[in-house]
Design a protein. Structure first.
Length: 103
C-alpha cells in the first residue's frame, strides 16, 4: 500500500527530527528517521500489524520509540495509508485528541 503523511504529520516529523538533532546530533536524528522509515515499510506491507487505537476508532498506533508514536488510518478502497499525526508521548494527551479529531 502507498503510505503518505498528512500536512500535520509532516510538520511534526520535521520538528521532532530537528529537536533530536539539536539535542543529540545528526547521528541520533538519522537513527530516529531510519526507525520511522522502517515502520512505514512495515505498515505498507502489513497495514494492521500495529495495534488499533481504543480511543480513536479506525486508527492504528505505531510505536517508533519510547517517546514517539504515529497514528494512521488505512483506506483499502484507495489502497493507501495516511499517517495522521506524529505524537511525542511526553505531551499532554489532550493535545492528541485535538490533532486526531481535527484531521
Amino acid at each position: 500500500m502507498k503510505v503518505f503523511l498528512s500536512e500535520l504529520a509532516e510538520y511534526k516529523l520535521r520538528n521532532t527530527a530537528e529537536y533530536i538533532e539539536s539535542k543529540w546530533g545528526k547521528s541520533a536524528r538519522n537513527k530516529f528517521l531510519n526507525k520511522f522509515t522502517k515502520k512505514i515499510s512495515q505498515i505498507s506491507i502489513l497495514p494492521q500489524s500495529c495495534p488499533e487505537s481504543v480511543e480513536f476508532k479506525g486508527l492504528f498506533m505505531c510505536f517508533v520509540s519510547k517517546q514517539t508514536t504515529f497514528f494512521y488510518r488505512v483506506n483499502n478502497i484507495r489502497n493507501e495509508i495516511e499517517i495522521i499525526t506524529v505524537f511525542d508521548t511526553r505531551q499532554a494527551p489532550e493535545k492528541l485528541d485535538d490533532e486526531v479529531t481535527n484531521s
